[in-house]
Design a protein around this ligand. Sequence first.
Ligand code: URA
Length: 434
Amino acid sequence: MTSAAGIIQSVIDASATPESLHWFARGLADGTVSDAQAGAFAMAVKLRGLPPEARTALTLGMRDSGDVLRWDLPGPVVDKHSTGGVGDCISLVLAPALAACGVFVPMVSGRGLGHTGGTLDKLEAIPGYTVEQSEAQLRVVTREVGCAIVGATARIAPADRRLYAIRDVTASVESIDLITASILSKKLAAGLDALVLDVKVGSGAFLPGADQARALARSLVDTANDAGCRTSALITDMNAPLGGVAGNALEVAEIMRLLTLATRNDDLWALTVALGGEALALAGVAADSQDGATRIEGALRSGAAAERFGRMVAALGGPVDFLDAWQSHLPAAPVQRDVFAQTPGPVAAIDTRAVGLAVVALGGGRRRDGDMIDPSVGFTGLATIGDVVGAERPLARVHATDDTSAVAAAAALRAAYQIGERAMRGALVHERIA
Ligand code: URA
């Protein structure tokens, strides 16, 4: 007879079967498995690891613990997932750019976690934009606009919802097998044909080391492909905040400048094009990733991606004139001032995690579940590695609700920057895993 204790023992003995892992995932969702058993299971997986077939079985079991969407659309269903970072607002540009290239993007996204920003928190900086949508509305907007960025309903991968909360309090978050099953159970429940992954590496990444990033990318790519979803990953740089801006409304403003071709941040542009090229090739609508990249560039340059973004915002409750009048809709912080380095010189290194935590301390992220977010705060013009800072060039401009938090954020930012040796910024895309 199947029992939770027997399955935990089989994980320790490396003999867990796909059927037993499906049973465990179902038990997480329906309450047959207790919190203590879930915690013991998570720790057994963290310490012993799962063989590839078992990892895929756990992922599929967790995916099938709730609703799994099926689509009947005149094009492939595609998505992108990032392991999270600071200033990473790529999803906001990429989803409409992909839609403009003829694929459909039901992007079920998350909120900020720790020092990392969350796509849903960024979109909620837009007045009226509603991330909690019914499955029916997700279907309508995906079909009519081509993309819809929304939050997961309680019916998507409920086994993950429960296991993640237990991992969080049992020191078992940092297991590549469990991270893989957690991320992919939610993504695969959206019924995708293809998925491109942006696995971050560096001081602001969830797993900072290059070996860890590579192992996570390999695990995600292999498991998703085994599960029948064409998937590849780019390992990309998070040794500096992406795009030089961190903060919810501030990042939305940055992507509006990019989409409307007012100013173009080279890193945001290049990463959107690289990930989009991969996604279009995986989806089979481009001959290869280079052809895909050219198509994404075309969608950005022609304004087609901007037009899709404006329609998505309006369809999900935001202002109908957001594309033309975004400046008047986004909140602005009352205190804005430049932050200068204590000593001038080139930026040698950045503790990007500390920059993300400084945004959280300003009120731009959550310290605990349920905290309110102030969308207006953060940093703009963040210097990157190799920039020479001094009296003419600040480290960044801080946007804060009051003087006290601005002063604290300035001190935190100075501490996050190492000035001294001349250094070169590393490549934006470190590696491709397919
Ligand atoms: N994000 C997730 O969704 N799950 C994890 O386990 C880690 C990051």
